[in-house]
Ligand binder design. Structure first.
Ligand SMILES: Cc1cc2nc3c(=O)[nH]c(=O)nc-3n(C[C@H](O)[C@H](O)[C@H](O)COP(=O)(O)OP(=O)(O)OC[C@H]3O[C@@H](n4cnc5c(N)ncnc54)[C@H](O)[C@@H]3O)c2cc1C
Length: 545
């Protein structure tokens, strides 16, 4: 019997857990909160796939082509072919476990248009695609839990991996419910901890996604890839606590962007790019909004109210609730916000990192989306990557019960946690997290320069220099205290990658290097050695082996 430890229970972690358990593996699935509170439930727009019965001119080849084009030459062809080639199978699977996709009056699934796609191929479940998929996977996991194959541990956070000589044997986990720090041994560890939203404070995503696991694993020897590619979603609504996403579906259904000038509405995307301007990829639209001052309006007022109510109910509801706007009568004020991370843990095609037996899947791994992700492709990649990792692990020999002894490391970490941090400092940990978010938004925005990035690097180096001496904040989960250095290290790595890529491509726009440069047709791979960050350009098609 092989044991698999899966960290994170969003769509990627759940899909992997179910597939592992169904192949006879014993799964431990940990996360601080239930799956129903993961960022995955926020996904409203839909999931991409080409289904033979609804093809109507579309094809898997076309899906592959659009994805590679959206990724601006950095999405690996073999990886993307695998992803798109499994779309139909994944949709059938989701239906078979209870996901209900929206259908038209004849009972045929409806597809919507998303940016950068040559055909309508985004399937959705009303306004709750992510919720439906999570619920269906949770039911599957419960069934396997009852059969004793999955052990779900809540209130449990990743602390560090148990690594010796380039091989992973498990992880140290912190039990926020009072169990403290423990070592969990496993034949394989799968990291599925989502993106890095919390580095930027207010984003469209969840603050649970703070990138700590990726940052800590990086410090422990795992390589990271393409961190500079951060997707800004062009249409988000400012609210007190977060940026609410106005789904791309609003533009897919015909929504138009404009700004006001001398009493006129200037439909700038259409003026510059013609008919399809409002549905160009997110990087292009975000850069255009940035160029006109950072905000714009999204106009749905000319649309039939029935279409808005039926096809975009969540847009109407959230604008009414958070901004008091009736979208059928008033335009929506929008601005670009950090939304998705194309970069993350560098993985091979089988989703194993450069550390043996350590896998990464979902948004925390970098594989399919190159320099810019197409909307609807990430739910697909979360499930597909979970399946790939599960099949790989199931096909391997079990390591057996022998593993090195990590007892002294565990004791050392426990003592460190008990000691807490120097209480003389006046700056609590959460204050530094806020300062980091300011730095990241200011110095690593939509438009970047050498000067701003160098300033960002200096700021983060300063935060890192004080991180170990900060006041231990008793009012927050212990996790927030011990995770700070890992998060700062990830931020430092991100700025270092952005400095290394002296060109503009996809979501990485440098006003001092505004052109795409063939020299950089490669992934940025960054590694860490005792405070030293080293970047290399990997031209071998980005771990496509
Ligand atoms: C508002 C919004 C709308 C979106 N809409 C769409 C869409 O329509 N279509 C689409 O394709 N994509 C969409 N996306 C993107 C997509 O939802 C995500 O990329 C995808 O759901 C990520 O899944 P995941 O399982 O990798 O991560 P997540 O769902 O983020 O799950 C991460 C898990 O890891 C856990 N975790 C985090 N840190 C730790 C730690 N240190 N220790 C233990 N556990 C940890 C979390 O608690 C959680 O359980 C959207 C994203 C947002 C923010």
């Amino acid at each position: 019997m092989k044991n698999v430890l899966i960290i994170g229970s969003g769509i990627a972690g759940m899909a992997c857990a179910v597939r592992c358990a169904e192949q006879g593996l014993q799964v431990t699935l940990v996360s601080p909160f239930p799956s129903e509170r993961s960022q995955s439930v926020m996904a409203a727009g839909g999931i991409n796939a080409v289904r033979t019965e609804h093809e109507e001119g579309d094809s898997v080849e076309s899906h592959i082509e659009d994805t590679l084009k959206g990724g601006c030459g950095l999405g690996g062809e073999r990886a993307v072919s695998g992803l798109c080639g499994h779309g139909e199978e994944i949709l059938h699977y989701l239906e078979s476990i209870g996901t209900v996709f929206s259908v038209d009056e004849k009972g045929r699934p409806i597809r919507r248009a998303f940016g950068g796609q040559s055909h309508k191929r985004t399937y959705y479940c009303g306004a709750s695609t992510g919720k439906q998929i999570v619920s269906a996977l949770v039911m599957e996991a419960r069934r396997l839990e009852a059969a004793g194959r999955i052990n779900r541990r809540l209130w449990c956070c990743f602390h560090s991996a148990l690594i010796r000589d380039g091989v992973c044997y498990g992880a140290m986990l912190f039990d926020e419910a009072g169990g403290g720090l423990t070592a969990e041994y496993a034949d394989a560890v799968v990291v599925a901890t989502g993106g890095q939203n919390a580095l930027f404070g207010k984003t469209t995503g969840s603050t649970q996604c703070d990138g700590y696991a990726a940052g800590k694993l990086f410090m422990q020897g795992a390589e990271l890839k393409n961190l500079e590619f951060i997707q800004y979603h062009p249409t988000t609504l400012e609210t007190a606590h977060k940026r609410m996403l106005i789904s791309e579906a609003a533009r897919g259904e015909g929504g138009r962007l404009f700004y006001k000038s001398e009493g006129r509405n200037i439909y700038f995307m259409e003026e510059k790019y013609g008919q399809g301007g409002n549905l160009l990829t997110r990087d292009v639209i975000s850069q255009e909004i940035d160029a006109i001052g950072g905000s714009a309006f999204l106009d749905l007022t000319f649309m039939d109210k029935k279409v808005i109510d039926e096809r975009l109910p969540e847009v109407g509801e959230l604008c009414a609730k958070y901004a008091g706007i009736d979208v059928s009568r008033e335009p929506i004020p929008v601005q670009p916000s950090v939304h998705f991370f194309m970069g993350g843990l560098a993985v091979h095609l089988n989703h194993e990192t450069n550390i043996q037996n350590l896998f990464a899947i979902g948004e925390c791994a970098s594989m399919y989306h190159g320099a810019n992700r197409l909307g609807g492709n990430s739910l697909l990649s979360a499930i597909y990557s979970g399946n790939v990792a599960a099949d790989e692990i199931a096909g391997r020999e079990a390591a057996g019960s022998d593993h090195p002894d990590f007892g002294s490391e565990l004791e050392r970490e426990r003592e460190q946690l008990a000691r807490g941090m120097d209480t003389e400092s006046q700056f609590p940990v959460m204050y530094v997290r806020d300062m980091l978010a300011d730095t990241m938004n200011k110095q690593l925005g939509i438009v970047r320069t050498e000067e701003a990035l160098v300033q960002g690097r200096e700021d983060i180096d300063y935060y890192l220099s004080v991180a170990g001496r900060l006041k231990y904040d008793p009012n927050v989960m212990p996790y927030f205290n011990y995770s700070l250095t890992g998060i700062l290290t990830l931020a430092r790595a991100t700025v270092t990658c952005a400095l290394a890529r002296r060109e503009s491509r996809g979501a990485h726009y440098r006003s001092d290097f505004p052109k795409t440069d063939e020299k950089y047709s490669a992934a940025t791979i960054i590694s860490y050695n005792d405070g030293d960050y080293s970047v290399r350009l990997d031209e071998e098609r980005f771990y496509e082996s």
